[in-house]
Design a protein around this ligand. Structure first.
Ligand SMILES: [Zn+2]
Length: 223
């Protein structure tokens, strides 16, 4: 972790960054690591009782502002609800990576039931590699992010390659989730889920709470 200065997190919707890695995010932030979260879409259709997508997006954007202030991270949302022009999206991510220069990237797992989670995972995985190579040189100089990790949302890893001890950050993770009020209404047992999964992952490494990650097949580690 000593060599990490910047971490970049690519998520489909606001709240995925908290469910997936709210603890690790807080832990990285507490050591002064700069964090940028890219949100593909505000997800205006997942606000209970709100049928106007635009109104739903405004609700979620306000919540995102609160959470980003609470955990003190930078963020952008891109307004991409579906991977339609895949090449343009991969290029946008390559440009983003070459400009922010993250030492570690987190994104969704390719094994996920939500089409946009899967789409984010696949385009980010591809772009992280392209960004490191002599492709798309019109988008900046190559930048190698050695560590790219997938996080869990609803579909769990059978064999995680990394578990982060988030014991001291679980309260913060839950507090951040509570700020996503619309999502607490949409998923009434989300805090139980966060608590229970955190415990399971904690058991795996012998601490109270953990978060699990899977190393993405982008660049091999070497020594
Ligand atoms: Zn999502």
């Amino acid at each position: 972790m000593e060599s990490i200065q910047r971490a970049e997190i690519f998520v489909a919707h606001p709240d995925d960054e908290i469910i997936g890695l709210g603890g690790a995010l807080s832990k990285l932030r507490s050591t002064g690591i700069e964090i940028k979260v890219i949100i593909f879409h505000l997800g205006g259709k997942s606000v209970k009782g709100v049928y106007d997508e635009q109104v739903g997006m405004e609700v979620r954007e306000k919540e995102l502002e609160q959470v980003s202030k609470f955990l003190n991270f930078n963020h952008e949302h891109w307004g991409i609800s579906e991977i339609i022009d895949r090449r343009a999206i991969v290029r946008k991510i390559v440009q983003e990576i070459r400009s922010f220069k993250p030492n570690i990237i987190f994104s969704h797992s390719p094994q996920d039931r939500h089409h946009l989670h899967v789409g984010v995972s696949s385009t980010v995985t591809e772009a992280a590699w392209h960004a490191s190579q002599l492709y798309y040189l019109d988008l900046g100089d190559p930048w190698r992010t050695m560590d790219v990790y997938y996080f869990e949302v609803w579909d769990l890893f059978t064999h995680p390659s990394l578990v982060v001890d988030i014991t001291n950050y679980m309260e913060k993770k839950k507090e951040a989730m509570r700020l996503y009020k619309s999502q607490l209404a949409a998923f009434p047992r989300i805090l139980d889920y966060i608590e229970a999964l955190g415990k399971v992952r904690g058991v795996e490494i012998g601490c109270e709470y953990g978060e699990a990650f899977l190393r993405a097949p982008v660049l091999p580690r070497y020594f």
